[in-house]
Design a protein around this ligand. Structure first.
Ligand code: IPM
Ligand code: MN
Length: 361
């Protein structure tokens, strides 16, 4: 029997609540498809920090190394720990496990309302590939003469040939796959850039994009400056297929994307090490929402979507398709709606509805 070892990090705030639903769905699939799960839960996060003076043990990466995949609820609670400290947990895993692809599908499920007039399941179906280990998030820099009138800060963005090339290649491969599957007849990669102003980093980025594109003559290319892209994504979402973006730009445009797909409660992300040398990590992209924590009211669909991506990454393709079908059914029927959807159902009720759909013949 196929068996998977999954590391669960529920994290902070509503992270723990959506994690419960994610586990529920994962266990349901294991029973249905006959694979075995060994789930180990790690209680790292802001409460751990208050107890131990650090977000996670020093040997976190060694502890996680042998798992087949990691699920993360979400990390951060600014009332307890400053964000730039708490988020080291997340960023250490992304970088430490060379999860250089952050795959964020922007897909509107039928039955889900958005703020956008022209959004429909057929117009909102794209994927952002966010570089996830370098760029503006390289973490290099320093302070100078702090506390004096000359005080200054430097934050350096690092773009390497290898780093740009591999993530762009992944984007082109994904466009090819989507084209083949008929998800997108166009087969196009949009280069999200800002080379009009960032005359070193983004000029370099564009150059690598053009080099990589040469290897994919069957895939169309497109280029958009990030500021204009935020406008086009709202105005003409149907135009986009795969978008490749640097770490920071990808971060920003995927929150915009979340609104196209109905809100943060629907936006999921996969931090992938495509070579599978290290475990990949799956997480909803929303935060820990401290003001909603403990109320059981947030939408677990993003977390469940993350489980869908996890099962596909593990090779349980049927299980992944099954989650998609179950979500389609539950959301389209509209009998169960969490607060963000204008309903009154709880986090657990939404999880239960998806579970029921998975188990119905
Ligand atoms: C995300 C988040 C993180 C990021 C934060 C919490 C550090 O916004 O996953 O999009 O910026 O990558
Ligand atoms: Mn973000």
């Amino acid at each position: 029997m196929q068996s998977y070892q999954i590391a669960f990090i529920p994290g902070d705030g509503v992270g723990t609540e959506v994690s419960d639903e994610a586990i529920k769905i994962l266990n349901t699939l294991a029973d249905k498809y006959g694979f075995q799960l060994r789930i180990e839960t790690f209680g790292w996060g802001c409460d751990y920090y208050l107890q131990h003076g650090r977000m996670m043990p020093d040997d976190m990466l060694e502890k996680l190394r042998a798992f087949d995949a990691i699920f993360l609820g979400c990390i951060g609670d600014v009332n307890k720990v400053p964000d730039h400290i708490s988020l080291t947990l997340l960023l250490t895993i992304r970088k430490g496990f060379d999860q250089y692809v952050n795959l964020r599908p922007i897909k509107l499920y039928p039955g889900v309302d958005t703020a956008l007039k022209n959004a429909s399941p057929s117009t909102v179906d794209m994927a952002v590939i966010r570089e996830n280990t370098e760029g503006e998030y390289s973490g290099t820099g320093g302070f100078y003469k702090l506390g004096t009138p000359d005080g200054a800060a430097i934050q350096t963005a690092i773009f390497t040939q290898k780093g740009c090339e591999r993530v762009m290649r992944y984007a082109f491969e994904l466009a090819r796959k989507r084209k083949k599957l008929g998800d997108s007849p166009a087969g196009m990669v949009t280069n999200c850039t800002k080379s009009n102003a960032l005359n070193y980093s983004m000029v370099f980025w564009d150059k690598v994009f053009d080099q990589v594109a040469q290897d994919y003559p069957d895939i169309k290319t497109d280029m958009a400056l990030v500021d204009a892209l935020t406008m086009w994504m709202v105005k003409n979402p149907e135009f986009f297929d795969v978008i490749v973006a640097s770490n920071l730009f990808g971060d920003i445009i995927t929150d915009l994307g979340a609104m196209l797909q109905g809100g943060m409660g629907f936006a999921a992300g996969a931090n992938i090490n495509p070579e599978k040398r290290y475990p990949s990590m799956f997480e909803p992209i929303h935060g820990s929402a401290p003001k909603y924590a403990g109320k059981g009211i947030v939408n677990p669909v993003a977390a469940i979507e993350s489980i869908r991506m996890m099962t596909e990454h593990l090779g349980e393709t049927k299980a992944g398709k099954d989650i998609e079908a179950a979500l389609n059914q539950v959301l389209q029927t509209g009998d169960v709606k969490t607060r963000d959807m204008g309903g009154k159902h709880s986090t657990a009720e939404m999880g239960d509805a998806v579970k029921k759909a998975l188990l119905s013949p």
